[in-house]
Design a protein around this ligand. Sequence first.
Ligand code: FAD
Length: 815
Amino acid sequence: MKVVIVGGVAAGMSCAARLRRMDERCEIVVFEKGAYVSFANCGLPYHIGGVIGDRARLLVQTPETLKSTLNLDVRVFSTVTALDVSAKKVSVLESKTGRTYEESYDTLVLTTGAKSLKLPLPGMDHPAVFELRTIRDMDAIQARIAAGAKQAIVMGGYIGIEAAENLRLRGLDVTVIEKMPQLMGPLDPEMANLLKDELVRQGVRVLTGCGATGFEDRNGKIAVKLERGEPIVADFVVFAPGSQPNADLARAAGLKLGQYGGIAVNERMQTSDPAIYAGGDAVESVDLISGRPVYIPMAGPANRQGRIIADNICGRDSRYRSTQGTAILKVFDLTAGMTGLNEKTLQRLGLAYHKVYLSPYGHADYYPGTSPMQMKLLFAPDGARIYGAQIVGRDGVDKRIDVLATAIRGQLSVWDLEHLELAYAPPYGSAKDPVNVAGFIACNLLRGDVALWHADEIDRLPPNACVVDVRTSAEFNLWHVPNAINLPLGQIRAKVATLDPTRAYYIYCRVGRRSYLAYRILKQHGLKVKTLSGGTDIFHAFHPTEQPDPCPTTPTTTAMNTDTKTARVVTLDCMGLQCPGPIVKLNEALASLSAGDMLEIKASDPGFPRDLNTWCRAQGHEFVESRNIPGGILARIRKHAAVATTSASASEPAPSSGRRKKTFVVFSGDFDRVMGVLVMANAALAMGNEVTLFFTFWGLSAIRKEQAVATPGKSLLDRMFGWMLPRGLSRLTLSKLNMGGMGTAMMKHVMKQKHVDSPQQLLTQARAKGAKLVACSMSLDVMGLRPEELLDGVEIAGAATFLSEADESNVTMLM
Ligand code: FAD
């Protein structure tokens, strides 16, 4: 039997090697148009970055080694140019000599791989535009870098991201351009945003939703013209926009193709001609979950298909079952794993599903070297099928995505995930493995033990929704969901009676653990509650513009400054601690330092860089620098000379520098006086000041909800106060010349004619610009008002808070 294989890398060589192992007498000829067979194309980006130092390590086999070990006839620089399926012959062009000849076969195997999607962009043929598919492409990019290239532009999917990381590791200025609104199409957008964050953190510029329109020469450099904005100029471009099947030979020979243009094959990898098999990136296959055709060009399917082809050629009945799109990607310190269908695809296919997010640790959090991963699990409404999973994190992602991929392949249900017995010791996992926890949460949802809301629903919450942050006030003050109120978990039992049973409480915390506990308390008190799946970590991933700026990170390769002459340097290890742990420790540590001392803090909590930046700004400490270390960041901050660190408790925020802060005390409930305060507050905000509006006594009317709120259990006296006090800004009246309401109406009319903003508009503007509204707890109590009668997002605090706000302010006005 003579088998001819066209294409000598993953699928082709896997087939050839298996064939030989199965049949010692078979004649096997492999044609490869390139210079190398069986090379590690997946390793190409890493040689560019210097991670794989020795280029020869990528060249797994040579024609000579394959001849001596497997007795294969491997012919490189040999392009198969045509198939004659009736005569069972292929035409071959030897590119080195120009010789052409024909080779006969009994069985033909087409493993011609993929080719890059060609975009019809002007200037694509510029010599500074490179693909990254072959050793030759890699060598050409290396040569550019060796010749002094400093800036690179990368366009494309996961190969592009790998290239971006590795070019950055070589010290280049790298810009990633992506036409789609997100990176990495196989991930859902919120998960892909986590990767974008990491790229940006590592100094890569990322432009999403911004396609290239062409390339232009700029004095030896290359300019990429964009759909919007100025062109970007660089020394070269890596263009890896995705793959399409290389099915040209098959098409020309009249073999059947599929809907993605890949060679159509049956389960035995046979084409429409029974003497011809095909596999790898050249074919399309069937999706495990949907049963529909898919084109997912990956090395795993290619290798397995090569082996199956060999088995069938040797007379075995071996079948390729389906593809499920399991993939993994390294993005600097992060790993992204995915398997099965994503949410976008489920929606496109019209399949009903549930989703849960969780942030488990890669291994026991008390054992060094771990941090939380973000996990998303998609499953059928009855839990019987797991549709897909996506995980992004630093530690243990590979293990979990593979367990979930196996669960999907084995058709396990989410109920089964609860029962998986997975390896555990502190350095490797947790007694409740992240996969078990995903099962627990999914099953809690299905059993009705928890009700979830998702960050993408924030703009569609019902009118009676009240968003409640159950984190500590320190965390709340660093950042919170717009219009949320703060009710820390520790206070919920004490305050549950004050909550309005007619409202729907949308609660959240950082990752979902505390809010689940709060959920259980509130639910058992008969309240309508939902808890945010994945917490603020996932909320930020959905709404990246809502998050505070992370602290800038210096490139990993750059050493940090150590100004040891002027400062005592104290180190603090917060690896493995989750928010607010690092901030609490930081606050405690600073308390023992003197002004000018330096604190060096290591933390693995992914949210910490953002918290740190906000915290330093708020506290007036100097953020010196930060850089990435394995599994986290190492940041340095200097205790500010003017700052005395207060309580070490995270629930008591320390004072800020006080340079640009204004506090207004709204004592009056008169229209004109409140109006005056709001005008001043907006002016102060516009000048870049922080503003706190402290409402007390009659001023509370201004922040009452306009509609009546049920307040069961109020005493008659309290209710009477409630009736007498105006409900909201629209009901306030002038302090003078009110004339039974006529004067106020006239004033409003004149203001409207003269285009003066109403108090409602002024308050909205002030809040949008970040004004903090605080209601005096004592006045609330005296006037018999309840927190739920106030506008959402108003904080409740006492005189101490007012005094500390005033302390930090350089202007305090009482109205
Ligand atoms: P290929 O490996 O591409 O081999 C096809 C061969 O056929 C080529 O060498 C080509 O020269 C030859 N050929 C084509 N036409 C002819 C002809 N007419 N005559 C003779 N020879 C011909 N996958 C993963 O799963 N994980 C990864 O991390 C990963 N990283 C990657 C990184 C890079 C930079 C690249 C390029 C790919 C990566 N892939 C990865 C994809 C993976 O390499 C492919 O899915 C896999 O190699 C496909 O195997 P194949 O045999 O079908 O095609």
